[in-house]
Design a protein around this ligand. Structure first.
Ligand SMILES: [Zn+2]
Length: 363
């Protein structure tokens, strides 16, 4: 199994949308050995999830960063045809669960519920007399895919949304059911208990990068949305300055739990292939990620150099703003729209807009 870990050597990343950045990778003598901790890891090689190609180049090797992690090393490769980056080879669906320890932060409810949820600000504004009304539909049925400990679900429930959570972690699902009493399902998409066209909004906050086949999940999300329904997807951005600065120590890698490593381009293409119209891809700032990366650096044969300053709050905030202004933040948020909504005559909003524009042109 150790042979599955790609050998060190090829140090070019071949990014099609950015100049090639040379990085020093690692001698894989510390690389993964299946069964190192008495567990059996079933590895699988995968084709590109976006174009199906099996031609890739190695981008980076990095270990499981979690404090309670296995210490195993994994490789991220980049498709030579479309540029999508993904963990390859990877633990199979049947054994990936062993990399999510009980201490895994997104699944813990402590501290989480007390913090301000960073995603609330990206949803539609409050309207009327303090009542929260979804901008697009009256009933506001929301599915949070990969809901973790349910912080976002709880906040949206408080704001009047009809919420449903979905998570692969049985412990997280039990926590929500017993602690919050909100509807939550165990599993992924597709899910047998979810009917087509049953949601107005689907959110995926830092969860799409965890699934084995993101294209299948997005297509299913498209089927679950009503006409005109909205999709919000936030993922780490591998085409970011923080990844270039920190490489294997970048907090957003989180191997092997992150299986697909998106850029703004590959995220948009994947969402569009699932049938959505992408409305916007925006940058998200996380100065805490930068500090976490700077703190991880001494674990690697990287010279901390100027990077050590980024452990300081003020320096990390400044660097995060710079990444944001140059559209190279380490997190991205894409919003998409499902099938076009139709009016009572069966005509789409887009069709109405086009007809109006044609009339204006004739004048
Ligand atoms: Zn590809």
């Amino acid at each position: 199994m150790a042979g599955y870990i790609l050998a060190n050597g090829d140090s070019t990343n071949g990014c099609p949308w950015r100049p090639v950045v040379k990085m020093t990778f690692f001698i894989p003598e510390q690389s993964a050995v299946a069964g190192q901790q008495g567990t059996v890891i079933e590895w699988e090689e995968t084709a590109c999830h976006l174009c199906g190609s099996r031609k890739w180049s190695q981008l980076v090797e990095a270990p499981d960063q979690a404090a309670e992690g296995t210490g195993l090393w994994f490789a991220v490769v980049q498709c030579k045809r479309c540029g999508l980056c993904f963990t390859n080879p990877r633990p199979s669906l049947g054994c990936i669960g062993q990399f999510y320890r009980p201490e895994y932060r997104p699944h813990r409810s402590d501290n989480q519920s007390k913090r301000k949820n960073p995603w609330l600000g990206f949803l539609p504004p409050r309207r009327g007399r303090g009542q929260f009304e979804p901008r697009w539909h009256g009933r506001g049925r929301l599915l949070d895919f990969g809901c973790g400990a349910g912080t976002f679900l709880e906040r949206m429930h408080e704001r009047g949304w009809n919420v449903t959570g979905l998570d692969i972690s049985a412990a997280a699902v039990n926590q929500i059911q017993s602690g919050l009493g909100l509807p939550v399902l165990l599993g992924s998409l597709p899910h047998p208990e979810l009917a087509p066209e049953s949601f107005d909004v689907i959110t995926m906050w830092q969860s799409l990068e965890h699934v084995h086949d993101p294209q299948v999940v997005l297509r299913q999300a498209h089927d679950l949305l009503v006409a005109g329904g909205k999709l919000y997807v936030a993922v780490p951005n591998i085409d970011s300055l923080p990844f270039r600065w920190f490489g294997p120590a970048w907090y957003g890698l989180d191997l092997p739990r992150h299986l697909t490593h998106f850029s703004p381009v590959t995220l948009q293409v994947m969402i569009e292939r699932a049938g959505f119209r992408v409305r916007r891809v925006r940058m998200i700032r996380h100065s805490s990620w930068l500090r976490a990366s700077a703190q991880l650096t001494p674990r690697f044969p990287l010279k901390p150099g100027w990077r050590r300053w980024l452990t300081a709050k003020s320096a990390s905030r400044l660097a995060t703003w710079y990444s944001y202004w140059t559209r190279q933040s380490d997190c991205i948020l894409a919003s998409g729209e499902g099938r076009a909504a139709t009016d009572r005559h069966g005509k789409t909003r887009i069709g109405r807009r086009n007809r109006r524009q044609q009339r204006e042109r004739r004048r």
